[in-house]
Design a protein around this ligand. Structure first.
Ligand SMILES: Cc1cc2nc3c(=O)[nH]c(=O)nc-3n(C[C@H](O)[C@H](O)[C@H](O)COP(=O)(O)OP(=O)(O)OC[C@H]3O[C@@H](n4cnc5c(N)ncnc54)[C@H](O)[C@@H]3O)c2cc1C
Ligand SMILES: *[C@@H]1O[C@H](CO)[C@@H](O)[C@H](O)[C@H]1NC(C)=O
Ligand SMILES: *[C@@H]1O[C@H](CO)[C@@H](O)[C@H](O)[C@H]1NC(C)=O
Ligand SMILES: *[C@@H]1O[C@H](CO)[C@@H](O)[C@H](O)[C@H]1NC(C)=O
Ligand SMILES: *[C@@H]1O[C@H](CO)[C@@H](O)[C@H](O)[C@H]1NC(C)=O
Ligand SMILES: *[C@@H]1O[C@H](CO)[C@@H](O)[C@H](O)[C@H]1NC(C)=O
Ligand SMILES: *[C@@H]1O[C@H](CO)[C@@H](O)[C@H](O)[C@H]1NC(C)=O
Ligand SMILES: *[C@@H]1O[C@H](CO)[C@@H](O)[C@H](O)[C@H]1NC(C)=O
Ligand SMILES: *[C@@H]1O[C@H](CO)[C@@H](O)[C@H](O)[C@H]1NC(C)=O
Ligand SMILES: *[C@@H]1O[C@H](CO)[C@@H](O)[C@H](O)[C@H]1NC(C)=O
Length: 572
């Protein structure tokens, strides 16, 4: 690894290898085919905002090459999801900001300038559109199509597959599309006037904290994601991938709550998509994955009646693997009944500890205790210690969210990749011991998102494009591999090898089940089956109908199998 300080940023930003540009390949930044400044100026005249030129978020930490900005600010907000989402040149997971050359050299811009690397553009697209309207999106899509650019739709940048960035690409940034419209009697386009929903329409850039504030102000509930600061996008990649929630066992997944999408397609057509019109696209957008079928302008969700809830918090520490196995087996077995009652939540477990944060919607503390107390006693008996459990009442989901998630720091600003599987309900019903064994055998343990079963299983698997395995699942189980800024590509490859090895083991909990594509690995042997199951073929046919030239291609996405591993050259 060469460590030199520091070339001017504008110089090092222009190093995209000038490759052979054929009709089968995208035109990338730095190549002679790249549109000139007057082409971008002419695009700019069609836009409501100036063209943006994203630079790596840590650039201010390299004042010699990138004067201006405030490095302290970058350091202070490193792990803040909402701050990162506000920066066009940041992603939530640092590794996707970097680019690794074939020779193993990594290009990027680390916040710690003392590591001794240059600040380079990495995988951040050098130019893009800060879209605010349908016509902004249409202009950007037309421009990308006409110039054969690698179009990147970026919302919050939370993606774990790096789908919201691409080296040398052209960014369509949806973050500022913040419209929120609440409609107590929303009628989908083309529907009978009797078919009215209590609904909320969220612009593509709305994040969960904003959506929650809005529905709360109308005394309603919405199914959404939970992360520090509520920073995940509410209308973009989350929902197109499935959209899970602690409240999904009560009210279904994100995809089950969508009534209508508004979208701009690859042909820059503006379509209203619902069960009455463009219904094939409506099917595909609900599970076919982000960045694949067009640019979603807004998503309309049904809202639900509010309810109070009791939150269950439990921590158990294990003195031995035998104790861990006994507790975790019992823990797994309680889930089918809890899912049927509409409970959900998040936990993490290893052979050292089990930690749970669950919700019991519309249940009193006393009721919740009746349900949980046998398990608590069991844990206490087996661990030989009083159970550390707390049952806390909340008058609404919003007060629960505020208590546990409104603090905006955590979860992001790391180098991280995931491996995961959907855990079939049948496995915990018939084979909980085996599942416990497998999960506990993974160094560092696993996280278990209790976000399936219940209402999720009552939806007809054929009614959406979502991987049908979701309907048979009770939970989503994942583990992480992390590394540090500045680690060599050899160290990173070792982490990825551990990830592959662990994934092979975890696969044992779910023969033929598959996984949640939004929280998954880039190294699946058969992403078509694992991410989309039996729906892949139909999803691809719909993809080819709306995007025949493959303008919207993302890693392990529908149709990406027609492209090479760089996703820049079409194979056929
Ligand atoms: C800290 C953290 C917490 C999370 N919590 C949850 C959770 O509670 N529940 C859950 O289900 N998942 C969760 N996830 C996973 C999350 O669903 C994915 O990261 C998802 O990709 C986020 O979508 P986004 O639009 O916010 O992000 P982005 O990374 O900006 O986009 C993700 C993908 O969607 C595409 N996309 C985004 N907007 C549009 C649009 N308008 N039109 C077309 N394509 C679009 C992008 O091109 C990209 O392919 C979490 C992730 C993180 C990092
Ligand atoms: C820019 O590119 C266009 C073709 O896209 C060409 O017609 C024009 O002459 C170029 N302008 C300059 C200043 O090079
Ligand atoms: C830089 O950012 C820090 C942290 O956000 C802030 O306290 C400080 O005032 C900023 N300095 C300048 C010169 O803006
Ligand atoms: C690796 O390749 C890149 C791009 O071609 C080049 O800039 C870099 O100097 C190379 N690194 C080494 C160690 O050869
Ligand atoms: C930055 O990197 C240097 C050199 O490796 C190291 O000594 C220092 O602790 C790092 N600083 C932080 C905040 O990680
Ligand atoms: C909550 O439960 C009560 C019965 O205990 C029921 O009457 C009420 O409708 C429920 N409310 C919601 C929003 O589910
Ligand atoms: C479990 O262990 C953690 C530290 O690993 C400790 O903080 C916590 O108090 C322990 N809890 C119980 C119930 O023993
Ligand atoms: C816990 O242990 C006590 C005493 O041995 C026993 O009576 C009780 O049934 C056990 N409870 C559970 C849930 O295993
Ligand atoms: C549940 O109820 C039992 C019996 O009343 C009580 O001993 C226990 O402390 C309660 N558990 C919690 C977590 O409140
Ligand atoms: C299980 O726990 C032991 C210590 O009790 C630890 O050494 C071992 O690495 C752990 N195994 C796994 C797979 O986490």
């Amino acid at each position: 690894m060469i460590r030199i300080l520091s070339l001017p940023l504008f110089l090092v930003a222009s190093v995209v290898t000038p490759g052979l540009h054929t009709n089968n390949c995208r035109c990338l930044y730095g190549q002679s085919c790249w549109p000139n400044n007057s082409a971008f100026s002419s695009l700019e005249t069609q836009l409501s905002q100036s063209i943006i030129r994203p630079i790596p978020v840590a650039s201010p930490c390299y004042p010699a090459s990138s004067p201006g900005g405030n490095c302290t600010d970058v350091q202070v907000h490193l792990h803040e999801g909402n701050w990162r989402a506000d920066q066009s040149g940041a992603l939530q997971n640092l590794n996707f900001e970097t680019y690794t050359y074939k020779n193993g050299t990594i290009s990027g811009c680390y916040v710690n300038a003392s590591l001794g690397f240059l600040c380079e553009q990495g995988s951040i697209p050098p130019i893009g559109v800060d879209a605010r309207s349908v016509s902004d999106v249409q202009a950007a899509v037309k421009f990308a199509a006409k110039n054969n650019l690698r179009l990147v739709v970026k919302n919050t940048g939370h993606d774990y597959l790096g789908r919201s960035t691409a080296r040398g690409g052209f960014m369509l940034w949806t973050h500022h599309m913040k419209d929120i419209v609440y409609s107590p009697a929303f009628i989908p386009e083309g529907a009978q006037s009797s078919e009215a929903f209590n609904a909320i329409t969220l612009g593509a850039g709305v994040q969960w904290h904003e959506a929650y504030n809005a529905v709360q102000s109308h005394g309603r509930f919405i199914v959404g994601g939970f992360s520090a600061g509520g920073s995940v996008g509410a209308a973009g990649g989350w929902v197109m991938g499935a959209g899970h929630s602690a409240f999904a066992p009560r009210h279904g997944l994100g995809v089950d709550n969508v009534i209508q999408f508004e979208i701009v397609t690859a042909k820059s057509e503006h379509l209203i998509v619902n069960s009455n019109q463009n219904s094939d696209l409506f099917w595909a957008l609900r599970g076919g994955g982000g960045g694949t079928y067009g640019v979603v302008i807004s998503t309309t969700y049904r809202t639900h009646e509010e309810f109070p809830l009791t939150s269950v918090i439990m921590v158990a520490n294990f003195s031995s693997t035998t104790v861990a196995k006994s507790v975790v087996t019992e823990y797994l077995k309680i889930h089918p009944a809890l899912a049927d009652a509409g409970w959900g939540g998040y936990s993490s477990l290893s052979n050292a500890t089990l930690q749970m944060l669950y919700v019991a919607p519309n249940r009193s503390v006393a009721d919740t205790n009746l349900t949980m107390n046998t398990f608590f006693d069991f844990v206490s008996n087996v661990t030989g210690a009083p159970t550390q459990a707390f049952l806390l009442p909340y008058d609404s989901f919003f007060s629960w969210y505020t208590q546990f998630f409104s603090l905006g720091v955590g979860q992001v600003g790391y180098n991280v990749e995931l491996g995961s599987r959907l855990l079939p309900r049948q496995m915990v019903e018939t084979n909980a011991e085996k599942v416990a064994d497998i999960m506990l055998s993974l160094e560092g343990g696993v996280a278990l998102n209790f976000v399936a079963g219940g209402a999720v299983s009552k939806v007809d698997p054929e009614s959406t494009g979502l991987n049908p395995s979701w309907r048979k699942a009770i939970a989503h189980v994942y583990f992480t591999e992390v590394w540090n800024d500045g680690d060599s590509s050899i160290v990173i490859e070792q982490a990825r090898q551990r990830l592959r090895d662990k994934l092979n083991i975890l696969d044992g909990i779910a023969p033929d089940s598959g996984t949640y594509l939004n929280e998954a690995s880039l190294y699946e042997k058969d992403f078509q089956k694992t991410f989309f199951g039996a729906h892949y073929k139909k999803l691809k046919a719909i993809k080819n109908k709306y995007d025949p030239k493959g303008l919207f291609i993302v890693a392990s996405g529908v149709g990406s199998d027609d492209w090479d591993s760089s996703l820049n050259c079409r194979l056929l």
